[in-house]
Ligand binder design. Structure first.
Ligand code: ATP
Length: 668
């Protein structure tokens, strides 16, 4: 019968049962598009979590980009410094010396031109220029060596940054509290950080290096020009700015187009994946859905082809416009130089050197503008990743001195209410109960009535929104979260199919893939019926349970369920929660599991909670809690609840009648 703790149990009367939450659903439309049809495909992706920064560089002004660059460079520098100090110092030093070599090489080239354009017979001029030519060769060789050094240092730093970021990211996301994972927004942010942040973090170091090299190239050339004639410094912006403007336009157009292209690609990948994936193969065929999917795939790939062509034509036009502007710049340069030469402000040789230097600067500026756009946009994704990591740091489970006890006498819920993030109504509404060591209790009730939520609260996976969960009188929120979870074994209806060996699929419940207690592993497998499954696999314990790998084996849903139960039993924790673990098992296997759980307990002090829709399997439980709409509406033993003649008795009779009717038909 109900215990004093079961304060919320309402044993009788239909009036006590809250009305089911339901909404009236209208008729669906008779036809619907498979995907976006008209207009810009990016329109319906404005809110897509993975595209928030796509095209940001195309929208930013040049000023915004330039203003932000120093901060980005500092941030990436900081990441590099943390990843490998020596390689970072080497990277910066080599880059600076390489830029100096470039500038010296340019000066030597100008000196060569000076000799060649000077007065005197040509053979003498060529002979006189030889030392400078050798100098040019020396500077260029030194630069090539230094650039190789930069590449080596970059190759050392980049993977370390990526590895460190990825390790931090996975560590933080794998440990955030369970209710955080339930939040769809957090999920979107996590996927975006994983897809984009980590991807661009790997590329951005190289891009920042290119940016620095282009900038140093411009500075070096400006220095050389100033040495040739101070007025040439004024000529530099006149000559290179048209080229810079063309570079900006072309970089923006590319980013804008990439956003559209990327949106299409993602859609196409969804269809390719559905057409290829093993898990969808059977249903696709039985639904004869291939044609519909292929048609949509075809429509999208056609649009990608159009987008590719548009992109190609655009970039050809932009390049033409860029060259035109570049031509204007060159025209300005030559005119101004010609005027300076005519005015006798500098010798002809210096003019030739200036042309060389200005052309070098034009190349560096184009590169700078291109890379600046890339760095600007990609840095947004990296910032996003770092901000997400900071957020996850604040969402980690409680770390406390107090740890959960190795054996638990009682677990009690007192007026526990729990509302999922983003929901208005509570999934669990003022529930109270007490479970004692050695007991087996069952949670039954209609879908969505709160059974699984309640079991997760018992296990300390969720913290109550109101009320408290106490283990031996101590509020679980005062205990270290991981220590609580270590004392709970959970077996779910859709267990994880780890793509590991059969043995590792069992040992993982004790947090290891490599160490096993052979005796206990066999005992757990025998109790769950997994022993026969494993014995039938080539390689038995070592058999790899995934068809996705060479030599891997595939199991049926029921066989996986047996492995999952074995995993739960192997953990041998003081609390065992079985959330419909036998739903996919055959009746014999199900019976065997309940025998193992109910009668041959491997731990007599274990608190066992069984969630099941097959009421025949809960008949022998010490106590049964009946959930409805987040509340407990009845509790007691099977006999007590049958006598009560309430919701449980009605459900039980309904199920039993089904079997009896079938049995009756067979007899007839
Ligand atoms: N992760 C989640 N995020 C948001 N709402 C959830 C989540 N899990 C469950 N819910 C909601 O909480 C309520 C209770 O769900 P719960 O899974 O506890 O029910 P249940 O009795 O175990 O159902 P079933 O018998 O179908 O397994 C339902 O309304 C469900 O939609």
């Amino acid at each position: 019968m109900t215990t004093p703790d079961d304060a919320r149990a309402v044993p009788q009367g239909a009036a006590a049962v809250p009305a089911p939450r339901s909404a009236t659903l209208g008729l669906p439309p008779a036809c619907l598009p498979a995907g976006p049809t008209d207009g810009d495909i990016t329109d319906d992706l404005k809110e897509a979590y993975w595209s928030v920064y796509d095209g940001a560089a195309a929208k930013a002004t040049v000023r915004q980009i330039l203003v932000r660059l120093p901060r980005i460079v500092r941030r990436i520098g900081h990441l590099a410094w943390r990843a490998d100090r020596r390689a970072t110092v080497a990277l910066v030093a080599l880059q600076l010396v390489s830029a100096a070599m470039s500038a010296f090489g340019l000066m030597a080239s100008v000196a060569v031109l000076h000799q060649l354009f000077g007065d005197g017979p040509t053979p003498d001029k060529v002979r006189a220029a030889v030392p400078q030519i050798l100098l040019v060769v020396a500077f260029m060789s030194a630069r090539a060596l230094l650039e190789a050094g930069v590449a080596v240092a970059q190759a050392r730093v980049t993977p370390k940054i990526r590895t460190a970021l990825e390790r931090d990211f996975l560590h933080l996301t794998a440990h955030v509290r369970l209710e955080v994972v339930d939040d769809a927004d957090w999920h979107d942010d996590a996927y975006r950080a994983n897809d984009r942040g980590l991807f661009y973090a790997r590329q951005i170091v190289g891009q920042v290096v290119s940016l620095a090299s282009a900038l140093l190239g411009i500075v070096g050339t400006a220095g050389v020009l100033a040495l040739l004639h101070p007025l040439l410094i004024l000529l530099l912006p006149l000559s290179v700015l048209p080229v810079g403007a063309a570079a900006v336009r072309s970089a923006r157009a590319r980013f804008h187009s990439f956003r559209r292209w990327n949106a299409l690609q993602r859609r196409v990948r969804v269809f390719s994946w559905l057409l290829l994936d093993r898990d969808s193969a059977a249903e696709l065929r039985s639904d004869t859905a291939q044609r519909a999917l292929l048609d949509e795939h075809h429509r999208l790939t056609e649009r990608i082809a159009q987008e590719d062509t548009r992109l190609g034509v655009n970039s050809a036009l932009l390049s033409l416009a860029g060259r035109g502007l570049g031509g204007v710049g060159t025209g300005i340069t030559y005119t101004a130089l010609g005027l300076m030469l005519v005015a006798g402000w500098m010798p002809l040789a210096a003019g030739a050197g200036a042309v060389l230097a200005i052309q070098t600067a034009q190349g560096s500026l184009t590169r700078f503008m291109d890379v600046a756009h890339l760095v600007y946009e990609h840095a947004m994704w990296v910032d996003d990743l770092l901000a997400f990591q900071d957020r996850c740091r604040r969402l980690q489970p409680r770390r406390r001195e107090l740890t959960a006890p190795a054996t638990v006498e009682t677990i009690s819920l007192q007026d526990v209410t729990y509302t999922y993030p983003g929901k208005d109504t509570p999934a669990l509404d003022r529930v109270s109960m007490t479970l004692r060591a050695g007991e087996t209790v069952a949670f039954v009730g209609v879908n969505g009535s709160g059974k699984s939520t309640c079991s997760r609260l018992l296990a300390g996976l969720y913290a109550p929104s109101e009320g408290s969960v106490r283990w031996d009188g101590v509020d679980v929120t005062e205990m270290d979260t991981e220590s609580v979870q270590a004392q709970v074994s959970m077996v779910l209806q859709d267990p994880l199919h780890f793509p590991f060996s059969a043995l590792a699929n069992i040992t993982i419940s004790r947090g290891t893939l490599t160490e096993a207690d052979p005796r206990q592993a066999l005992d757990a497998a025998t109790a769950s019926g997994a022993d026969r499954v494993i014995a039938g696999l080539p390689g038995t314990w070592h058999a790899l349970l995934s068809k996705r790998f060479q030599g891997g084996q595939e199991l049926s849903a029921g066989q996986w369920a047996k492995i999952a139960v074995a995993r739960g039993l192997y953990k041998n924790a003081p609390v065992l929660l079985l959330d419909e673990p036998t739903a996919s098992m055959d009746p014999k296997a199900e019976h065997a599991v309940y025998q193992a759980v109910l009668h041959t307990k491997r731990r007599p002090d274990q608190i066992t909670v069984l969630i099941s829709h097959r009421l025949a399997s809960v008949v022998e439980c010490d106590r049964i809690y009946v959930f409805d709409n987040g509340r407990i509406i009845e509790s007691g033993s099977h006999h007590e609840l049958m006598e009560l003649n309430g919701a449980y008795a009605e459900m039980f009779t309904l199920q039993a009648a089904g079997y009896q009717a079938d049995a009756g038909k067979e007899v007839a």
